[in-house]
Design a binder for this molecule. Structure first.
Ligand code: GUN
Ligand code: ZN
Length: 439
């Protein structure tokens, strides 16, 4: 018992199971007056205040949020820190957007000082939005990965990242080779994977920017380090899919390319998957691979409407998390992202309720990453990553949530109207990492 406990008290919501697959009423926990006791970075106990009040340590600092809503920290399962500076780049779909904006911006991350500055801004922005974990694309330069891990490590965040591997179809200044990508990724993996709360993701950008030799190297690296992650993009845009088909005519489809090189399994995160086929969903299910649903990005780039209902079909469910996909995505807020996921689902004839959406932003993301034994819910033994939402954050939110008849309605309105303003406080490993009103 080395360190004093941190205690949060207030209304509390979290998921204990997948509401797409089980009865949402039993998957969702709402504690009108809850308490979380945190010590040494972990949750020591959590439950109703009345049941736990006698167990609150005398040395504890108690943070009482009677008007707040305590949730597990949000998990952003797909985001590019190196694109923070190009959010809102006008007028293009994926392939032109990459060439005109993205590949230009990412070249600046060869400079470690610039990378460090943006990495700091990025981590602060995650925390301001209640995001305590993220799976992050850096740039092709190893120093861009070092910069991010330094900043995330300083904040004790559970963050996963990797060096982009890309050896064709981009400006020369952004290209590596199959061999250098292997060597540099391996060195970064050995330096960072499992240090503090940091984890490494083998990160081929997408099939169009890797040669077969480089995808082969990525697969070999994963076989050598199977506890690492694989992070890439798939089936986002129709023009992209046509191009990838022409680059790999010998493969049955987009997912089959990654599968052929041994890159599809547990801890694989495939961003987008907007146009995946039924057979490809089936393959993701069999392999345990996950999809990052990035609705603000898919709408901003005009990519298409992801089928959350098809992905989560109980007959062959696929793991799905939410991704901001900054900078094609337009918000760091997973509340806002959930609100856009609702609208995308509407256009597919599916009503994504607040409980399922909260699952995607928390426990669902943790399961997608294979980290649900550590993050994504509020339970003794789990890491104490928490966000305190404020249903009265703005005059409009206050007016609207006063009229809500249930906790589900409050949550849904927070997803419709909320953003960073609705995040009152963020706790990382039991310590306050962001307080909206200072102190
Ligand atoms: N596909 C390949 N690279 C990217 C990227 O940087 N952003 C998005 N949205 N899609 C991609
Ligand atoms: Zn992306």
């Amino acid at each position: 018992r080395s360190n004093p406990a941190t205690v949060l008290r207030g209304p509390m919501v979290y998921l204990v199971d997948d509401p797409f697959l089980t009865d949402p009423a039993s998957a969702f926990v709402h504690e009108p007056d809850g308490v979380v006791i945190c010590r040494d970075g972990l949750i020591e106990a959590a439950g109703p205040y009345d049941a736990l009040r006698d167990g609150i340590p005398a040395d504890a600092a108690i943070h009482h949020y009677p008007d707040g809503l305590i949730c597990p920290g949000f998990i952003d399962t797909h985001v590019h820190y190196v694109q923070t500076g190009i959010i809102g780049a006008f007028g293009r779909q994926l392939l032109d957007w990459l060439n005109e904006y993205t590949f230009v911006a990412e070249q600046a991350f060869a400079d470690p000082a610039y990378a460090a500055t943006v990495a700091g801004i990025f981590c602060e922005e995650l925390l301001r939005n209640g995001t305590t974990s993220a799976l992050v694309f850096a740039a092709v330069y190893p120093q861009s990965v070092d910069a991010l891990f330094e900043e995330a490590g300083r904040r004790n965040m559970r963050l996963i990242a990797g060096k982009v591997m890309m050896d064709r179809n981009a400006p020369a200044a952004l290209l590596d080779t199959a061999q250098s990508a292997y060597d540099n990724s391996l060195a970064l993996l050995e330096r960072w994977h499992g240090r503090d709360r940091l984890l490494y993701a083998i990160t081929p950008r997408f099939a169009a920017t890797s040669t077969p030799a480089q995808l082969e190297a990525a697969g070999a690296l994963w076989r050598a380090h199977p506890d690492a992650f694989v992070h890439t993009h798939i089936s986002e845009n129709m023009g992209e899919i046509d191009w990838v088909r022409r680059l790999f005519p010998e493969r049955a489809g987009y997912l089959d390319i990654y599968d052929h090189y041994g890159l599809v399994g547990r801890r694989t995160m495939l961003a987008h998957g907007v146009h995946l086929t039924e057979a490809e969903f089936g393959c993701c299910h069999e392999r345990g691979a996950a999809i990052a649903h990035c609705p603000t990005s898919n709408l901003f780039l005009g990519s298409g409407l992801f089928r959350i209902d098809a992905a989560k079909d109980p007959a062959r469910p696929v793991h799905v998390g939410l991704g901001s996909d900054i900078g094609a995505g337009t918000s760091f807020s997973l509340l806002a992202t959930a609100g856009e996921a609702y609208k995308v689902a509407q256009l597919n004839g599916f009503a994504l309720d607040a409980v399922r959406a909260l699952f995607l932003a928390t426990l669902g993301g943790a399961r997608a990453l294979g980290l649900d034994d550590r993050i994504g819910t509020i339970r003794a033994g789990h890491e104490a990553d928490l966000v305190v939402l404020d249903p009265r954050a703005t005059p409009l939110l206050a007016f609207r949530t006063e009229r809500a008849r249930s906790i589900e309605e409050i949550l849904f309105v927070l997803m419709t109207l909320g953003d960073d303003r609705a995040v009152r406080a963020t706790y990382v490993a039991g310590r306050i990492a962001h307080a909206r009103d200072g102190a």
